[in-house]
Design a protein around this ligand. Structure first.
Ligand code: SF4
Ligand code: SF4
Length: 487
């Protein structure tokens, strides 16, 4: 079934022609690393109980972390080897634990198959069990519901399935490239997830405009609608893609699961196929590794747990101080250490050049290649020229000049400059009257601001202050489950 729908959302930005963002079509399957670090918590999952001890021999695909009593999905060894030691690493503000496995060079590409897998002819409960055992249920912003504790959305409350094929964020994984040559696997994976969720319609696939030939619409299962939309950032954020697909707005400060939507990516659907039909646990992931600080932007299929320093070896530009982000160039989180492992839900690693220089009267610089939405740089007039993203603010913070670029770009139609002032002058709670809670934290306002005001930082601070005052709560997902005493 073919369904073409165009929705124009306010704002958004087309990050085209970025240096380090041209991936080509090839997905390289890397060699196996000599060691992997398997975090016991990955994706939408609480930390699992460690099932292995130091010195134990493990095989790729073996479950090494599992806890059936918490909202979690099992984690697996991704290579054959020996448990060398356990490691603590910092993610956000939390300490996480990882199992370090040293490769033993035996049966290199094999894996322990999932019991009972082997065909697509499975009941909904069997599919749920297999996706749980494979760790696939930890994917998506709120996990994939099953009869195990895998999502904050109950199976009975699922109304929509949304497959997000957009990639508007700088350096993010071009999802459609995973479809090339794997269309049948995608279709089977989609049917399996639909059967698990008991959905015969209300299934949506959102792709960027111009990809009409990417999927054979004749072979789409009934009840599936295709949407083509602009690939502008942040339309690829789960909150917005859900609205594009279902027409239902995600509640302010909430997640798509609050509209009854399960959101997955094209890659997640292929993982579902691999788990049920091939019996393959989620031990490998395709990542985009790009940004102006890499020698060559690459699409790489890597074992989960691969340390980033191994992955990036030889591909970082010399004599550049790099900032490594997990995720795309707008919302990616900087890693504490270059040895941080790849996790099963990662989609991209973006590497920017760290630039601490202050430029005198930078706003007068013509800047043919610098990235900006304002009229400060000439690059804005020549969008086909390759543009350069880096960490420098390109100048000093200056007063707000009421240019309204931040408003123009905001996909939620908000007033970022107002919130920033309210927070900085001690009236954060006033921002609640003007809709601050609707902010999805895409960061476009900060990016657009020619005065380089830290608008997103101010908004985040404002939200925390409002939350502390008890006037609003945006505790969702795992945090909500924790508060309800379910973890
Ligand atoms: S960070 Fe929030 S306020 Fe800023 S553009 Fe995005 S949604 Fe709008
Ligand atoms: S973009 Fe910056 S300078 Fe312009 S109105 Fe917004 S906060 Fe003020």
């Amino acid at each position: 079934m073919f369904f073409l729908r165009r929705r124009l959302f306010k704002g958004g930005y087309d990050f085209r022609s970025l240096e380090g963002g041209d991936y080509g079509d090839l997905i390289e399957r890397t060699e196996l690393p000599d060691k992997v670090i398997i975090p016991l918590k990955q994706g939408f999952s609480a930390e699992t109980d460690c099932l292995v001890v130091k010195g134990e021999r493990v095989r790729a695909g073996q479950i090494i972390g599992r806890d059936d009593h918490t909202w979690s999905s099992p984690v697996h060894a991704s290579i054959n080897g020996v448990v060398e030691h356990f490691e603590t690493f910092i993610e956000g503000n939390e300490a996480h634990y990882g199992v370090v496995i040293r490769r033993d060079h035996s049966d290199e590409r094999g894996y322990v198959p999932l019991p009972g897998a082997g065909s697509a002819d499975k009941s909904p409960d069997e599919i749920g069990d297999l996706l749980y055992l494979a760790g696939v249920t930890a994917l998506g912003p709120s996990g994939i519901p099953s009869s195990h504790h895998t999502s904050d959305l109950d199976l009975k409350d699922v109304k929509f399935l949304v497959v997000n094929g957009l990639s508007g964020e700088p350096f993010s994984l071009p999802q459609e490239k995973l479809l090339y040559g794997r269309e049948k696997e995608f279709m089977t994976g989609l049917q399996l997830i639909m059967r698990l969720l008991r959905l015969e319609d209300n299934v949506h696939i959102v792709l960027k405009k111009g990809l009409n030939k990417c999927l054979n619409t004749e072979s789409l299962p009934g009840g599936v609608k295709l949407h083509f939309t602009q690939n502008r950032y942040p339309f690829d954020m789960a909150e917005i893609v859900t609205e594009i697909a279902t027409g239902l707005p995600v509640p302010d400060g909430g997640t798509p699961s609050e509209t009854g939507s399960v959101v997955v990516t094209i890659q997640d659907v292929i993982h579902a196929y691999e788990a049920v039909v091939l019996g393959k646990p989620l031990i490998e992931r395709v990542l985009a590794v790009g940004g102006p600080a890499v020698v060559k932007p690459r699409l790489m299929k890597v074992p989960v747990g691969t340390p980033m320093d191994w992955l990036l070896a030889g591909n970082l530009k010399d004599s550049i101080e790099a900032r490594i982000l997990v995720g795309g160039g707008m919302r990616g989180e900087p890693v504490e250490s270059i040895g941080h492992p790849v996790e099963r839900n990662f989609l991209a690693i973006s590497i920017l050049e760290e630039n601490r220089d202050r430029e005198f009267l930078s706003f007068l610089t013509p800047g043919f290649s610098l990235l900006s939405t304002s009229r400060v740089y000439l690059s804005n007039f020549f969008i086909r020229l390759t543009r350069h993203a880096e960490t420098n603010l390109q100048g000093e913070r200056r007063p707000c000049i009421y240019c309204s670029y931040c408003e123009d770009l905001c996909p939620r139609g908000l007033v970022p400059h107002l919130y920033s002032r309210q927070v900085r002058y001690g009236f954060a709670e006033e921002a609640l009257k003007f809709g601050i809670e609707a902010c999805i934290e895409c960061g476009l306002c900060s990016f657009a601001c020619p005065s380089k005001l830290p608008l997103l930082e101010d908004i985040k601070e404002g939200k925390s202050l409002i939350e502390e005052s008890g006037q609003w709560s945006h505790h969702i997902g795992l945090k909500k489950l924790e508060e309800e005493g379910k973890l």
